[in-house]
Design a protein around this ligand. Structure first.
Ligand SMILES: Cc1ncc(COP(=O)(O)O)c(C=O)c1O
Length: 395
């Protein structure tokens, strides 16, 4: 049976990170993979999560299955976090929510529902986008289209291009938007631009699907939710795929949620039932541990407060690193890297060629994606000068 199965190449991001681990150069720098790292290069467990874990370990008496829809506290906490507890859509019970295995599971379940509702729907992705969007959404059989998003020359959102492309999107189609901290380019929409996109969605009747994997890592939990909440305010139907991998540090626990804002309560119930059946069809029940931890942090006032403080520190550190990087890169190379400071979240494109990326890796053991996307959180006080000087040498 498997004679004809071919070996596929390794995942380019995971492959690079693995190559960096094997590199004996003590000065090596890994800015490939999208995980937060502290000053010592570690991806820490939040103190609030550790405390929740202790409580749950003491309380837990069974490992029986979760319901397919997931943990009720977690689902409630996530809806409040994404939309704001007083959101009229929540008050009117127009929201369906299902716990998923990470943000990837949320994207996939969202795609399943789109396919069930409108098999002819086309899903519009930003150019560029996170590479995994294409298989995650395309493998359910939806047609994938792309809209202009990042202007390489301006190092910023090509908003005119984006709006011109989105103007052609029809009712029944879906537009995938990055809620904040765009992966891979770090260039986010301004509040004015979100308003314009929401107005276009309302006028043309396309459905926004927001990938919200980095809430709290851009400008703060509430600030980062501006776009999502504006869409929910303006458009009757919105899908949100949320992840707790980054903002709660639960990467390996596979914790996320897909939230559907529907036109009315009856539609929301129908969607919830379809999403539950789709989940059952793919993986049956979600994993428990991460959602129990996140649910506790989100619904316990003291733990919630501690987590918000820890997340804000993380967010501030990333933004401080952006400032530091701009200073050191500009000083070492004599070029203006100020755009890095305008961008948000963990990622930015340096805007160098694939050949220069290769040279950085081979001559200086600096590892980044071929597109020159870097994870800003891979920079720290110890490696920033080495990184800046290496870059200056290949420029
Ligand atoms: C843009 C984006 N969306 C979704 C995800 C999915 O996250 P996870 O499935 O690990 O929760 C990621 C992870 O890196 C991401 O970068």
């Amino acid at each position: 049976m498997f004679e004809s199965i071919e070996r596929l190449p390794d995942d380019p991001i995971l492959g690079l990170s693995a190559a960096c681990k094997l590199d004996p150069n003590p000065d090596k720098v890994d800015v490939t993979i999208g995980v937060y790292m502290d000053e010592s290069g570690l991806t820490p467990v939040f103190e609030a999560v550790q405390r929740a874990q202790q409580m749950i370990t003491e309380e837990e008496v069974s490992k029986v299955y979760m319901p397919p829809v997931g943990d009720a506290d977690f689902n409630r906490g996530m809806q409040d976090l994404l939309l704001g507890a007083a959101n009229p859509a929540l008050v009117d019970s127009r929201v369906a929510c299902i716990q998923t295995p990470g943000g990837c599971g949320a994207l996939r379940l969202g795609a399943e529902l789109i396919k069930a509702a409108n098999p002819a729907a086309r899903v519009w992705l930003s150019d560029p986008t996170w590479t995994n969007h294409i298989p995650l959404l395309g493998s359910v059989g939806l047609e994938i289209k792309s809209y202009r998003y990042y202007g390489a020359a301006s190092h910023a959102v090509d908003f005119d291009g984006m709006m011109a492309d989105l103007a052609q999107v029809q009712a029944g189609d879906v537009v995938l938007l990055h809620g904040c901290c765009h992966n891979p380019c770090g260039a986010d929409l301004s509040q004015q631009q979100w308003l314009a996109v929401a107005e276009l969605a309302q006028r043309n009747g396309f459905t926004p699907f927001v990938d919200f994997a980095y809430q709290g890592l851009g400008d703060g939990l509430e600030e980062d939710a501006f776009g999502v909440r504006q869409l929910v305010h303006s458009v009757p139907e919105v899908i949100v795929a949320a992840s707790c991998s980054k903002n709660l540090g639960l990467y390996r626990e596979r914790t996320g949620a897909v939230v559907f804002i529907a036109a009315d309560g009856e539609r929301a119930e129908a969607i919830q039932s379809q999403a539950t059946v789709a989940a059952r069809r793919i993986y049956s029940m979600p994993p428990a541990h991460g959602a129990l931890l996140a649910g506790r942090v989100l619904t316990d006032a003291a733990l919630g407060q501690l987590w918000r403080e820890e997340l804000l520190q993380m967010c501030n550190r990333i933004n401080d690193l952006r400032t530091l990087l701009v200073d050191r890169l500009s000083a070492a190379s004599g070029r203006d890297f100020g755009f890095i400071q305008q961008q948000r979240g963990m990622f930015s494109f340096l805007g160098i060629s694939p050949g220069q990326v290769e040279e950085l890796r081979q001559k200086h053991s600096v590892y980044m994606l071929g597109s020159s996307r870097i994870n800003v959180a891979g920079i720290n006080q110890h490696n920033v000068d080495y990184f800046a000087e290496a870059l200056a040498r290949v420029l």
